[in-house]
Design a protein around this ligand. Structure first.
Ligand code: GLY
Length: 352
């Protein structure tokens, strides 16, 4: 389904149905039909995360310990400018991290937002789940909480990321996230904040299901580059950037967080799976809703398609998996049937 009109027809047709079903001619095959568990899915930057999680689950680890250990590799990697150490900073040059975790067997969750100076935001999110009666701690409170649990403060802005930020500040400083009344309403004059060259929403999501059918998920990010300080995206929001129901499956997202939040992305994917959709179809349905609900002209191209991308990733309790993005070219990391590899995601619109 690569055209906006057929997408609209499908959405109208499916609105009438209790369970969303794609028209027979457009049924998408799942990436896999119930392969042998464990299954671990991640965003394309997560091949090392899926390998690590598979190794740990193979050794008997809990699925949440495994996926957090997996994404910790990417959080500590200075060459990934979308996650953790080396992540691109906010508009003031400060790296601010968002993360959440969800543990299927206990249906428990934890999250941190706008966390500064800490290497492993996902570990702190897990501590919020395990060592507090809360779900979500942000800003200075999250930093104080991390320090109380022995996390050392470190400078998260690498030289490389600082140079990229400085180039943005010197050459693109009018391309920011502040909207004047004119900029917010001008018909079809998009904000340069949507320029993918200047801005990045990259993130890592990782979910796993083990042989018992227990499921966990984690999402962690440095968020939108050059964001307004304190901006929190979808990644730490349970139901947006990650959601797990141990009876059904898990889902997570990367890409423009504002769009995922407004469509309860991960929760919607899991609910669609609960009502019978396959993981890939559920992801495609949700990126379709996001496209359909994007009405602001500055976010749309001349064919009224979103100028941004969102990717959804999902796996089911029985081990099926899939991913979908608004734009073609998306990939995801998958460990299944003992093989770790990248696969192509389904998509709504083909990039020209
Ligand atoms: N999805 C990452 C973000 O929007 O911050």
């Amino acid at each position: 389904m690569t055209d906006h009109l057929s997408r609209r027809s499908f959405l109208l047709a499916s609105a009438a149905a209790a369970v969303v079903r794609l028209p027979e001619s457009q049924v998408l095959a799942d990436a896999s039909a119930s392969p042998k568990r464990p299954i671990i899915i991640s965003s394309a930057n997560g091949l090392r995360a899926t390998a690590k999680a598979a190794e740990m689950i193979g050794g008997g680890a809990d699925t949440l310990d495994a996926v957090v250990a997996g994404v910790n590799i990417v959080e500590a990697d200075p060459t990934d400018h979308s996650v953790g150490y080396g992540g691109l900073p906010n508009e003031n040059g400060v790296v601010e991290l968002d993360s959440c975790v969800m543990h299927g067997p206990t249906h428990n969750a934890g999250a941190v937002g706008a966390l500064r100076n800490i290497m492993h935001a996902s570990q702190v999110a897990k501590l919020v789940m395990e060592r507090t009666d809360h779900v979500f701690i942000v800003g200075q409170g999250a930093l104080d909480f991390a320090r109380a649990h022995g996390h050392k403060e470190v400078e998260m802005l690498t030289e490389d990321a600082r140079r990229i930020w400085l180039r943005w500040k010197e050459t693109h400083s009018d391309r920011d996230d502040w909207l004047s009344p004119v900029k917010a309403t001008s018909d079809n004059k998009h904000s340069d904040a949507m320029d993918e060259v200047a801005f990045t929403y990259g993130t890592i999501h990782c979910s796993a299901v083990d042989a018992k059918g227990d499921i966990s998920g984690v999402t962690t990010t440095s968020g939108l580059s050059y964001k307004i300080p304190g901006r929190v995206g979808d990644s730490p929001i349970i139901g947006a950037g990650c959601y797990v129901d141990n009876e059904v499956g898990s889902a997570g997202s990367t890409g423009r967080g504002e769009a995922v939040i407004k469509n309860c992305g991960a929760f919607a994917v899991v609910e669609l799976m609960r009502h019978g959709a396959s993981p890939a179809d559920a992801c495609l349905e949700v990126v379709g809703r996001i496209a359909e609900h994007t009405r602001d002209p500055r976010l749309l191209d001349d064919q009224k398609r979103p100028r941004f991308d969102v990717k959804m990733y999902a796996l089911s309790r029985d081990g099926r998996f899939g991913a979908a993005s608004i734009w073609s070219g998306g990939r995801f990391a998958i460990y299944a049937d003992g093989r770790n590899r990248l696969e192509n995601a389904k998509y709504l619109f083909k990039r020209s």
